[in-house]
Design a protein around this ligand. Structure first.
Ligand SMILES: *Cc1c(COP(=O)(O)O)cnc(C)c1O
Length: 399
């Protein structure tokens, strides 16, 4: 009988580096910065890249390799390389792919630190960038220049859950001789696999849903074996944004439950979104799983699991000052859920983007981005839906 390829569910708990001679069932945590070489000849071959084998902790570690193999399997990628955080994965990608005079097109709804890294920090080294409206394909196309090397998108976005068409962006990039990278942090490979839709690179903050319980920082890039080995690994070796083995072990074990967590959290998110949309104190709800969402059809076609575990809503108010006071009242009335700007936890986390993640923008920029004073973001966890609703209703019904 011929061997069937294993299903993703199976790979999520099985894909890993080889077991040690002790036969441990749970993947081992290797805390070592160096490796004893079997011979001087073998060491020479390993350093030259002619033989597999670990040489130094900055370059690789078996626990880190297990995480990389497992995430690559889930994303349907040939290979993966991990980093100390999501931001250092973006830095590694840019250092590997770009040089002075190259140009990047990004959505203007990207994660705030991504906009800062590409728009300001890399600009110091001569990398040019353009930021375009997330859902406007014509604007993406118009922003492409002869020196454009990379299109970088995030879908759905934070906090308004805007969805962009991965396949259409991949075609745009490839027609221009550029690559498409997708930040798959919000949907995760459990709900969306950008490589199957034509993306060249998938970027992750493992800090969010891959860990899933808010414990450690991690990041990763998934792509072809050739790009990982020849473009990204040399940056890791010289720049050292290496993922720590302990953190790799935590996210490795997190991947085992990613699928069931994402589906359970998304189910609660859909229930909460419907309840909020019917609430008399709520002006508007942003959630890709609602028919009222502008890219609802695209979201259903491109991702599974209702629309993910993050939603945002706007409280009803007469003006911006009242909206801010009311949003604060709702958040300060929480007794069970957490007031926290993080996301991707089994605990439900709520935040006021206009005064935290988007606090440095001017009021006009915030209006432009749709981050109004009455907006509250909810990263839905695993609590019972009735308890999440009751916690929110305490503030919403006493406005
Ligand atoms: C958190 C986050 C990042 C950055 O990841 P870190 O692990 O915090 O460095 C990048 N993109 C998105 C969408 C995020 O939510």
């Amino acid at each position: 009988m011929s061997e069937q390829p294993l299903h993703r569910d199976t790979l999520a708990v099985r894909a890993a580096a080889e077991r040690s001679q002790y036969g441990e069932n749970s993947e081992a945590l290797y805390l070592t910065s160096g490796y004893v070489q079997p011979s001087a000849e073998a060491a020479a071959r390993r350093f030259a890249g002619d033989e597999d084998g670990f040489t130094y902790g900055r370059y690789g570690n078996p626990t880190v390799a297990s995480f990389e193999q497992r995430l690559a399997a889930l994303e349907g990628a040939e290979a993966c390389i991990s980093t100390a955080s999501g931001m250092s994965a973006i830095l590694m990608m840019c250092m590997g792919l770009l040089k002075a005079g190259d140009h990047v097109v990004c959505s203007r709804s990207m994660f705030g630190s991504t906009i800062k890294l590409i728009g300001s920090d890399l600009a110091k080294f001569g990398v040019e960038s353009s930021f375009v409206p997330q859902t406007d394909l014509a604007a993406w196309k118009a922003a492409i220049q002869p020196n454009t090397r990379l299109l970088f998108a995030e879908t759905p976005t934070n906090p308004l859950t805007e969805v962009c068409d991965i396949r259409a962006l991949a075609d745009l990039a490839h027609n221009a001789g550029a690559l498409l990278c997708v930040d798959n942090c919000f949907a995760t490979p459990a709900l969306q696999q950008p490589i199957a839709l034509g993306a060249d690179i998938v970027m992750h903050s493992g800090t969010k849903y891959l860990d899933g319980q808010g414990r450690v920082m991690a990041g990763a890039l998934c792509s072809t074996q050739e790009r990982v080995t020849k473009v990204f690994l040399p940056v890791l070796k010289s720049a050292g944004m290496t993922l720590a083995p302990f953190n790799a072990w935590v996210v490795l074990k997190g991947l085992e439950t990613l699928d069931i967590r994402m589906r359970a959290q998304s189910e609660r998110a859909l229930g909460l979104a419907r309840w909020l949309e019917a609430h008399p104190s709520v002006e508007r709800v942003y959630y890709p799983g609602l028919p009222s969402h502008p890219q609802h059809q695209l979201a259903l076609a491109q991702q599974s699991g209702n629309g993910g575990a993050v939603l945002s809503f706007v409280v009803k108010a007469a003006d911006a000052d009242q909206a801010r006071a009311r949003a604060f009242h709702v958040l300060d009335s929480l007794k069970v859920m957490s007031l926290s700007t993080n996301l991707g936890d089994t605990k439900t986390l709520m935040a006021h983007p206009a005064s935290t993640s988007h606090g440095r923008l001017t009021e006009a920029q915030r209006q432009d981005a749709g981050v109004v004073q009455g907006l509250i973001r909810v990263a839905v966890g695993l609590e019972h839906l009735n308890d999440i609703q009751a916690d929110l209703d305490r503030g919403l019904s006493s406005l």
